[in-house]
Design a protein around this ligand. Structure first.
Ligand code: C2E
Ligand code: MG
Ligand code: MG
Length: 881
């Protein structure tokens, strides 16, 4: 019983497997469009899904031995097929299930290989592979047997249900094969039809060609002989009975061209080739046999016309080619020479080029013929240059000049060109002969050197020396006429961040772009005079009132651009010096413009200054400052001033910014804008920074102890401080020593610092966040304005740069920037503080825009500690406008 049940269960499993085999097989039949692939897939399914040990498909061959040829197989018994021979003949080798199935067209089995006498020829091999049973299912395609699908099992299988399913599988396979074959046949027929159609179209094309034979000379670089041969060859196809037609083209000077099989015939049509009043040859079309025409007209009137037209055109071609041949003879000597030779017709169409032309220009002859020499046009000459050239040669004169041309791959080259008009015997202009001497190598060395002595290698703009020479020349040449001249120096405000953040290459691209922008904006030659500095000169009216142009150029530079999908803005500052007020020399004018530019930079971004004598900050001064700074560090000559921040809504002091001051003994105070970058350059900024941190905490402690309740104090951090791994420890220590909470302290960092160093300072920022110290973004809106950073850190404040506050009432773009920053801050929940508030008008605009916090001279300048304390004490004023 138990055995029966087991057998029942495995039988059930087998049936299910066979069913799955059938459905997978069907899917293969539907989807596979290649017969061989289909056979392989069915074998694979039989083995993988059907669980048969081995499967193969054989096609019945019609050879003498009636072999069954294995076409595909699957399973690990490929060797089996090599060891056996199967036939579908009546002999012993055809008595296995395969042979029987093919002959009987119905499934045949050998269920007990071990004892099946008919299987004797293959028994040993089959048993060696472990096969117990075999089934062969015939493949009936279009009513005849194609072969069989053969399945091998290690079990005694193949009951009635399984056989039915397998028969369906074989039928499906046969159907699939048939469908594929039909499709192929259909495709072939379609291709054949297409082919016929193509042939037909080709004939029509040939006729067309024939009717416009003249075009042939422009189409290819064919010799006259080739052309005549071609005409003879295509002629018959244009006649009513092309298969009976043959043609002959004779040109007395060159010989005779005949189609295969041409012979004199009574059915002939002839036309004479005439050049002027000379007969130069003859064209003939014949039918080699009597054509099957109903009436007497062997040739139609149209055909007579056609032949005449062909002969006229052929004569024309012959004449034309003769001229070219003559020209070639003429240029034969030059063919070997290094000079380029081009022969064009009167319209400039190229008819001949020599080898040197191919070498120099990179245009193979075949490509150049039929085109015009303007394929070499470089764009380096103004249109008038070419007009003049044409005028000269059309007048019949020889033209000579150095021309800059462009090779096929785009390289420029210099050519000493001579273009001569050529005339025929009647004195008519027929061709132009142009010869060219390649001067590139010679000029390249000279001009590159020259170029580099005058131009900046990166941007191609003038260099500083050339600019000075240029200014001096203008001053000299126009000395009597020139009343005023201005030199404008423009420096990008924070270009080094581009280099540091995106690398030199991107930096170079930005400089190139900035040079281009500037050149476009000022419409005067621009020079690059330093890594991120440019300059230009203004004359006449523009020099008297340079503000507008300078403002425009600063604006042009400050347009957004993107690097690596990041949108950036680089602002610039400018300095202006004027002739004759500031100097009468180019060099000095430039130096003074640069001095004014440095000053403009210290007063904000995107500003400009006219040079004034008090600006003379020279390098000696700088060296002195360096020395004095070292001393100042040692002797602690720094102090902090304090500037309040006002809450306009509550009229309370909402915070205070500590600003460092340095008054070297015996010298006027130096601005932090000047000495902080110096300390950074000297690598000593953290010493000052440490002092500021501690001193600010202590001062805040003293201020609060005095009963002046200030919520917080802000200090400014320089870039190296934010990178300092000890920063958080230093802050904690200072806070502890002064007995302050972390939230009492706020650190102001500039936007550009953040962007250029974001990766480096991320750890510190994360720790500051943990510590609970606020981080404010200072001078917001300048430099980059990359907003993505705002969402990457919970900043406590955005401080709108004072330049925007000052210009927002005048410049609608700046107004929009301020408005956007305020609403951006609000939507991100960040407090927005306006810096540099100097006028009531500023307050009014800011209140209208919903900005609540302000800092600026209107309320108070930075004050020394005591003065600040009394300011806070007496602070009751109402600043509402
Ligand atoms: P900042 O952080 O943007 O500071 C504001 C600057 O604007 C201060 O200049 C302040 O005196 C000035 N200011 C405030 N209100 C007005 C106004 O209404 N009109 C005008 N014209 N100016 C106003 P200051 O003190 O010369 O500082 C300049 C810059 O130097 C600061 O800009 C800051 O970037 C840097 N700085 C100052 N102290 C420190 C410091 O302790 N450490 C570091 N790393 N940098 C500092
Ligand atoms: Mg600040
Ligand atoms: Mg600021």
């Amino acid at each position: 019983m138990g055995l029966d049940k087991d057998q029942g269960a495995s039988r059930q499993q087998r049936l299910e497997r066979t069913l799955r085999t059938l459905s997978n097989g069907l899917s293969a039949v539907i989807h596979i469009t290649d017969e061989q692939k289909l056979l392989e897939e069915i074998c694979r399914i039989a083995v993988n899904t059907g669980g048969y040990a081995f499967a193969w498909i054989g096609y019945a061959q019609d050879d003498a031995a009636r072999t069954v040829r294995p076409m595909a197989h699957a399973g690990f018994h490929a060797g089996y097929l090599q060891e056996i021979t199967v036939s579908w003949a009546e002999d012993a080798l055809g008595q296995g299930p395969v042979g029987r199935a093919i002959r009987s067209r119905s499934p045949e089995f050998s269920r007990q290989i071990a004892s099946d006498q008919l299987f004797a020829p293959w028994r040993k091999t089959a048993l060696k592979h472990g096969f117990q049973a075999v089934g062969a299912l015939p493949l009936l395609v279009e009513g005849s047997v194609l072969g069989s699908l053969n399945l091998y099992s290690r079990l005694d299988t193949f009951d009635q249900e399984e056989i039915e399913l397998l028969t369906s599988l074989a039928d499906n396979l046969a159907f699939g094969i048939q469908a594929i074959r039909i499709r192929i046949q259909r495709d072939e027929q379609e291709a054949l039809m297409r082919n016929n159609q193509q042939l037909l179209q080709e004939r029509v094309k040939e006729l067309d060609l024939l009717l416009s034979i003249s075009q042939i000379r422009n189409q290819e670089d064919l010799s006259l002989l080739e052309i005549l041969e071609w005409i003879a060859k295509v002629l018959p196809s244009a006649w009513r009975f092309p298969e009976l037609a043959a043609a002959r083209v004779a040109v007395y000077e060159y010989g005779e061209f005949k189609t295969d099989g041409f012979r004199p015939s009574p059915y002939s049509l002839k036309s004479v080739l005439q050049a002027g009043d000379r007969d130069i040859g003859e064209i003939e079309v014949v039918y080699l046999e009597e054509p099957p025409v109903q009436d007497n007209s062997v040739f139609l009137p149209e055909e007579k016309d056609l032949l005449q037209s062909v002969s006229a055109q052929t004569a024309d071609i012959v004449q034309h080619c003769q001229t070219v041949v003559e020209l070639r003879k003429l240029s034969g000597a030059l063919e070997q020479a290094a000079d380029t030779v081009v022969i064009t017709d009167t319209e400039g169409k190229i008819e001949y080029v020599n080898h040197a032309f191919e070498e120099v220009t990179g245009y193979p002859r075949a490509e150049a013929l039929g085109r015009k020499p303007n394929i070499l046009k470089s764009g380096q000459h103004p249109p008038e240059f070419y007009t003049h050239m044409w005028e000269t040669i059309l007048k019949g004169e020889v033209y000579r000049d150095t021309v800059i041309n462009r090779t096929r791959d785009g390289t420029l080259y210099y050519e000493q060109k001579t273009i001569s008009p050529l005339f025929d015997q009647q004195g008519r202009l027929t061709h132009f002969l142009a010869t060219g001497k390649d001067l590139t190598e010679q000029l390249r060395t000279e001009s590159r050197l020259q170029y580099l002595t005058r131009n900046d290698a990166l941007t191609g703009l003038m260099n500083q020396k050339e600019f000075i020479r240029h200014v001096d020349q203008v001053l000299r040449d126009e000395a009597s006429r020139i009343e005023s001249l201005a030199v404008v120096a423009i420096g990008l405000d924070s270009f080094k961040f581009v280099n540091e953040t995106f690398g030199r290459y991107q930096g170079d691209q930005v400089l190139k772009m900035m040079g281009e922008r500037l050149s476009r904006a000022v419409d005067m030659p621009v020079a690059r005079i330093g890594s991120d500095e440019f300059c230009f000169m203004l004359k006449g009216k523009a020099a008297k009132q340079p503000e507008a142009i300078v403002y425009e150029s600063l604006d042009a530079l400050a347009q957004p651009f993107s690097i690596q999908e990041e949108e950036l803005v680089l602002t610039a500052s400018a300095g202006i010096s004027c002739y004759p007020l500031d100097s009468r020399e180019g060099l000095v004018l430039l130096q003074k413009a640069e001095t004014a530019m440095s000053r403009a930079k210290t007063s904000g971004i995107q500003r400009f200054e006219f040079y004034t004598p008090d600006m003379q900050v020279n390098s000696v001064h700088r060296l002195r400052l360096n020395k004095a700074l070292l001393e100042a560090l040692e002797k602690s000559q720094f102090s902090l001033y304090f500037q309040p921040q006002i809450d306009l809504t509550s009229n309370l002091i909402s915070g205070v910014e500590a600003l460092v001051r340095w008054e070297p003994p015996g010298l006027p105070a130096v601005s932090p804008q000047e000495f902080i970058p110096l300390l950074e350059d000297m690598g000593r900024i953290s010493e000052l920074g440490d002092f500021v941190i501690q001193e600010a905490c202590d001062a805040y402690q003293r201020i609060n102890k005095a009963g002046l309740d200030l919520p917080q104090i802000s200090i400014n951090l320089a870039a190296p401080q934010l990178e300092d791994p000890l920063l958080v420890r230093k802050l904690t220590r200072a806070l502890d020593r002064a007995g302050l909470e972390a939230h009492n302290l706020e650190l102001e960092i500039t936007e550009s610092l953040l962007i250029s160093q974001f990766e480096k300072v991320q750890d510190n920022l994360a720790e500051l966040r943990k510590l609970g110290t606020g981080v404010a973004l200072d001078d917001f809106g300048t430099g980059y304005s990359s907003l993505q950073y705002l969402t990457r850190y919970p900043f406590s404040k955005l401080k709108i740069d004072k330049a925007f506050i000052w210009s927002m009432a005048l410049n609608s773009k700046d107004y929009e920037v301020v408005k956007a920053i305020i609403s951006l801050g609000h939507s991100l929940g960040i407090r927005v503080v306006a810096e540099g508030v100097e006028k009531k008008k500023h307050v009014q605009v800011l209140l209208d825009l919903g900005c609540r916090y302000c800092q600026g001279y209107l309320f108070s300048p930075p004050l020394e500690e005591k003065a600040f304390m009394s300011y806070v004490k007496t602070f009751t004023r109402d600043f509402s406008p």
